[in-house]
Design a protein around this ligand. Structure first.
Ligand code: MLT
Length: 364
């Protein structure tokens, strides 16, 4: 009789819990914010926006914030800088075009040097997906992700949410899982390369919105339908732009990201015929929808000038909401309680410690 086969128990190693964010003030992904924290950010954005500028600029007086921008930016950079200054912080801008980054200095070394200079938070834009996580791990400072490659752009999703709430929910700052029930947000264009689409697809369904992603298959792979926050769904794909428009209360247009196309050829006339938001389409299919765009807009390609400047456009309002949201997340970054076990290698004597949560405006 042959011996009974030995049955080996197969063990699947447990997936380690993510250590990110290391710093409670960081905002790497929209997923870093619980519903309570989201409500806190929305409420602080409104309070800070209303506050007298002469008292507001004492909130973070002389605190130090570094802006590290490895990629071009107009709205995001300016609004982060103005937001930090509006709270009284000192800001230093480091851009890849005028710094040692040009000479090959790594992200980690740049971050450690900014920390040694007393930066208490770093706002990072990078063309590398995941860069904000690496910077946070290396410096253990609060890091605000101002867009990492094709991955996430959390403050854009927050300002988009604030814009939607202003138009459709009376500007409420208290949200829950049902706040956006019955709202369909169609995001159209170059979804494949868009960190804006991803952050919105992760955030808006948590509040009950249906996110419809729309575009041709070259710019919108099927797998994008799984971009939502969890198995409850909330994100679907619709290739027919007119069908998507018909069901939308919010239409968010995206540009084609020419700098990330990597050889992909598109027939632009065909693209416009299928996906351009024109005045005629909007009037016929979504006459009450609000039109959004994170910018930069490419007039005459994804959107016509008439629509961009028209009465349904909330594009410039989005920019204004960005300033309020960025004040709130900078305040959160600098007032969050201190570092989780920073590695000794990044504890430099010249680094200013994170301020305790007892400063004005700090959260419990
Ligand atoms: C971004 O930084 O992702 C922009 O706001 C959107 C774009 O570049 O098209």
């Amino acid at each position: 009789m042959s011996p009974a086969p030995v049955r080996r128990k197969l063990h699947t190693p447990p997936v380690p819990a993510s250590p990110f964010p290391y710093h409670p003030g960081s905002l790497l992904s929209v997923n870093d914010l619980s519903l309570d924290e989201l409500n806190h950010v929305l409420a602080r954005a409104t309070a800070l926006e209303k506050q007298d500028p002469l008292t507001r600029d004492r909130i973070l007086a002389k605190r130090r914030v570094a802006l590290l921008f490895y990629e071009a930016s107009t709205r995001t950079r300016t609004s982060f800088e103005l937001a930090a200054k509006a709270l009284g912080a000192d800001t230093a801008l480091v851009s890849n075009l005028s710094s040692s980054i040009e000479k090959g200095e790594s992200l980690k070394d740049t971050g450690l040097n900014l920390r040694a200079l007393g930066a208490e938070a770093i706002i990072l834009r990078s063309n590398s997906s995941g860069a904000a996580w690496l910077l946070e791990e290396s410096t253990r400072l609060p890091v605000l992700n101002a867009g990492d490659g094709m991955h996430e752009h959390p403050t854009q999703a927050l300002l988009d949410l604030r814009t939607i709430l202003a138009h459709l929910r009376g500007g409420t700052t208290k949200v829950n899982e049902k706040t956006l029930a019955g709202v369909t947000v169609t995001i159209t264009g170059d979804i494949l390369h868009s960190r804006v689409a991803r952050s919105n697809a992760l955030l808006l369904p948590r509040l009950g919105a249906e996110v419809v992603l729309c575009g041709p298959k070259e710019l919108l792979p099927e797998v994008a339908a799984s971009e939502g926050p969890d198995s409850r769904g909330g994100v679907t794909i619709e290739r027919d732009f007119e069908a998507a428009l018909k069901r939308s209360q919010v239409v968010m247009m995206l540009r084609i990201q020419a700098e990330r196309l990597a050889g992909l050829q598109l027939d632009l006339e065909e693209y416009k015929a299928g996906y351009q938001l024109t005045g005629e389409r909007l009037a016929r299919l979504a006459p009450k929808a609000i039109v959004m765009h994170p910018g930069p807009i490419i007039r005459g390609l994804e959107i016509t000038s008439g629509v961009a400047d028209g009465p349904q456009s909330a594009i410039l309002e989005q920019v204004t909401h960005g300033l309020a949201i960025r004040m709130a997340v900078i305040e959160r970054a600098l007032n969050a309680t201190a570092l989780k076990s920073a590695p000794t290698s990044v504890r430099t004597s010249s680094a200013r410690p994170a301020k305790p949560a007892s400063r004005k405006g700090a959260r419990a």
